[in-house]
Design a protein around this ligand. Structure first.
Ligand SMILES: NC(=O)c1ccc[n+]([C@@H]2O[C@H](COP(=O)([O-])OP(=O)(O)OC[C@H]3O[C@@H](n4cnc5c(N)ncnc54)[C@H](O)[C@@H]3O)[C@@H](O)[C@H]2O)c1
Ligand SMILES: [Zn+2]
Ligand SMILES: [Zn+2]
Length: 362
């Protein structure tokens, strides 16, 4: 099959022939219909986070089941699925207490070193799977706990976005921060993740939703997703601008870029008792600095991984929200591209202008 391989870090993706194994007992082979480009892929391409090479990148996808292992009963060939990198073991303390997105036993869902790899070059050299997924490929072979079955009238290109960006943004609001109706929310960074945090806040019933970005075009787009106000971070200190707009700060601030400074800004724009939720991937080795005195006014800061999802429950719910018109997904797709255009897609991401590019397979 054809796949986009990262051979050097930093580097570009190269389209190569990669062999995919047959499903083991708990594995599912999926024909990929669509795969979104997420900034997390770019962090690894740029070396801000380490990874093994060669690796097939991509982690936000939807497709159709092609074959299943002999122990798989949850899906069968022909079923439509969304994949999720929050592959869960189902038996660790976090899984058993309702927090499968921070499963500590997921290594058990991968193949061991003495088994043939899921992905390899035709000469047998193993190719690493990225985040247990590797979506930038015609086929994916993943553990059955890394997918959810969905209704067949859901368009697969938009379903793919639910695989990471939508679930991360909505889940940060619904599951991690538990935003209450009537509150005031700020979202720093209006890309694929931030726009979903914004529409999540709208669905959750926030009264005021302040979008923060460097680009006026993104602030306009954010308004389509439910933002009531826009703050251009390039036009002066965003903390001061949000403080002035709100007369004392927000209940919830979300960081959706992956910058130390933006995480500090998120904390800085809270009112007493407020909570900052950090979604963005801050480069490895960077520390976030906060004024200690702020804790006396009960300000809080927390991380959110993949929207603290319970994806087999959450994702079908998000599809219902799309189907009844509450969730905007059509507007999230800025471009449909081919696998060969994947590097152009990441170049466009660096400009900040796009919401999401989606690779569509024939
Ligand atoms: N925690 C998780 O589970 C998780 C999951 C997915 C993505 N992420 C991370 O979320 C972050 C956002 O991902 P994305 O795909 O939405 O990225 P993106 O590139 O689509 O969007 C980033 C946005 O931030 C804006 N921006 C850049 N610098 C800014 C600044 N200084 N101030 C204000 N705005 C600024 C850009 O204009 C752009 O609109 C990334 O760090 C990604 O790795 C985390
Ligand atoms: Zn992602
Ligand atoms: Zn677990």
């Amino acid at each position: 099959m054809r796949a986009a391989v990262l051979n050097t870090i930093p580097g570009e993706l190269e389209i190569e022939e990669v062999a995919v194994a047959s499903p083991g007992p708990h594995e599912v082979l999926i024909r990929v219909a669509a795969a979104g480009l997420c900034h997390s892929d770019l962090h690894f391409i740029e070396g801000k986070y380490p990874y093994m090479t060669p690796a097939v990148l991509g982690h936000e996808s939807a497709g159709v089941v092609e074959a299943v292992g002999d122990q798989v009963t949850y899906v069968q060939p022909g079923d439509h699925v969304i994949t999720c990198l929050s592959v869960y073991c189902g038996g660790c303390e976090n899984c058993l207490t309702g927090h499968p997105s921070i499963c500590t036993g997921a290594a058990a869902t991968e193949r061991t070193a003495d088994q043939p790899p899921r992905l390899s070059r035709n000469d047998g050299e193993p190719v690493h799977q990225f985040l247990k997924m590797s979506s930038f490929a015609e086929m994916m072979l993943i553990h059955e706990h890394g997918l959810v079955k969905i209704r067949e009238d859901m368009p697969l290109d938009r379903a793919a976005l639910i695989g990471c960006g939508v679930t991360t943004g909505l889940g940060a609001v619904f599951n991690t921060a538990k935003v209450e109706p009537g509150t005031t929310v700020a979202v720093i960074g209006c890309g694929g993740i931030g726009l979903n945090a914004i529409q999540g806040a709208r669905i959750a019933g926030a009264n005021r939703i302040i979008a923060v970005d460097m680009l006026d075009s993104k602030l306009e787009l954010a308004k389509e997703f439910g933002a009531t106000d826009g703050v251009n971070a390039g036009a002066g200190d965003p903390v001061q601008q949000v403080m002035e707009l709100t007369g004392g700060g927000v209940h919830h601030a979300f960081e959706a870029i992956g910058l130390k400074v933006a995480a500090e800004q998120a904390f800085g724009m809270l009112r007493a008792g407020g909570t900052a939720t950090i979604i963005g991937m801050i480069p490895v080795g960077q520390n976030v600095e906060l004024p200690g005195v702020a804790f006396l006014s009960e300000k809080k800061i927390q991380g959110s991984n993949m929207g603290s999802n319970r994806f087999r429950v959450d994702m079908p719910r998000y599809i219902e929200m799309y189907m009844d018109g509450r969730l905007k997904l059509d507007e999230l797709v800025s471009r449909r591209i081919t696998l060969d255009e994947v590097n152009d897609g990441f170049a466009a991401m660096k400009t900040g202008e796009l919401a999401r590019s989606v690779i569509v397979f024939d």
